[in-house]
Write a protein that binds this ligand. Structure first.
Ligand SMILES: NC(=O)N[C@@H](CC(=O)O)C(=O)O
Ligand SMILES: [Zn+2]
Ligand SMILES: [Zn+2]
Length: 352
């Protein structure tokens, strides 16, 4: 049995770091392992302009522990008023790596998102010209549509027609939760998809069977077991169109453990050991590096991180149930199985 593994330092191609006291509490958790992350812009108010992204990047840098080697890659939150020229300037300056599309009302802090997709076509066309990817929260918001069908219906109603209108636009279907989402990415040119750590581990029973477990509630909501199995198959297949975006989405416990608890799983502190477990169980440890540190970098056109992280397998360890932050305690994702893998040394330079 393999008991040690050295990987390129991972990237996290979908991460929520929040702001203020929460940012200060959670940024070190990601920076401890990941070399870079694509930072989601759904703050209140959202990060819409290049100037707002530059200011947010400074706040993130200020929240990192001294000496941390972690590069935040910024995104802009697409609104119906987004200025295509501002987006193009921010991309040309190397400030933003992608633009994020939230259908209005689909998820946490998405009220400023898009209602009329026709209104954002000029921005999308400009992005296609300059090769800037669009990251998509792929769920319809129509209250008539069952929550478990919202991703599949979005592909048909929104993403398919959008791709037909702007075929040159590079698109990332974020946090894929269904076999339909995987099939959509595989069937199209110029597309990729992120898969979260938690969607590789939980299905909808984990949320609802034997009691309601708010810390497993996220959006898109976890689906049936057959979808989870399809996600594991895609993530561990070595297909370069699929890569890791944790969607680590911290909320203070009082906002999760409530009559109307909010969506998001905080996975950052355990993501890499959990992924190692999932890949080992699929007999695919040799493909873990591509998933966490290779395919996404290739899609986004950046070199892989120079540093390395060593994972070792040993006695089971128990991660902390919560971390304390200035915004309150935040429960850490519990995979429901003992963790044997641990991230040990992080080296910042090339090793042989
Ligand atoms: N995934 C979630 O359940 N929540 C995310 C938003 C998102 O990525 O949709 C959040 O910001 O909390
Ligand atoms: Zn989302
Ligand atoms: Zn997210």
């Amino acid at each position: 049995m393999t008991d040690s593994l050295t990987l390129r330092r991972p990237d996290d191609w979908h991460l929520h770091l929040r702001d203020g006291a929460m940012l200060a509490g959670v940024a070190p958790q990601s920076a401890a392992v990941a070399g870079r992350a694509l930072i989601m812009p759904n703050l209140v108010p959202p990060v819409v302009t290049g100037a707002e992204a530059a200011a947010y990047r400074e706040r993130i840098r200020a929240a990192l522990p001294a000496g941390a080697d972690f590069t935040p890659l910024m995104t802009l939150y697409l609104t119906e008023a987004t200025d295509a020229e501002d987006v193009a300037r921010a991309a040309a300056a190397g400030l933003v790596a992608a633009v994020k599309l939230y259908p209005a009302g689909a998820t946490t802090n998405s009220a400023s998102g898009v209602r009329d997709f026709g209104k954002v076509l000029p921005v999308l066309e400009r992005m296609a010209e300059i090769g800037l990817p669009l990251c998509v929260h792929g769920e319809v918001t129509d209250p008539e549509i069952d929550i478990f069908d919202r991703e599949a219906v979005f592909l048909e109603r929104v993403l398919g027609p959008l791709r037909d209108r702007v075929p040159g636009l590079r698109v990332v279907l974020e946090h894929i939760t269904t076999a339909e989402g995987l099939a959509f990415v595989r069937a199209q040119e110029g597309m990729a998809g992120t898969i979260t750590t938690h969607h590789l581990v939980i299905n909808r029973n984990h949320i609802l069977a034997g009691g309601i477990r708010p810390h497993y509630y996220c959006l898109p909501v976890a689906k049936r077991e057959r979808h989870r199995a399809a996600l594991v198959e895609a993530a561990t297949s070595g297909d370069p169109r699929f890569f890791s975006g944790t969607d680590s989405a911290p909320h203070a416990d009082d906002a999760k453990e409530a009559a109307c608890g909010c969506a998001g799983c905080f996975t950052a502190p355990v993501s890499l050991p959990v992924l190692a477990h999932v890949f080992e169980a699929a007999d695919a440890l040799d493909r873990l590096e591509g998933f966490v540190a290779g395919h996404g970098a290739t899609f986004y056109g950046v070199a892989p991180n120079p540093g390395r992280v060593r994972l070792s397998r040993g006695a089971a360890w128990t991660p902390p149930a919560k971390i304390e932050t200035g915004a309150g305690p935040v429960t850490v994702f519990d995979p429901g199985f003992p963790l044997h893998w641990r991230a040990e040394d992080i080296t910042e330079t090339e090793t042989s």
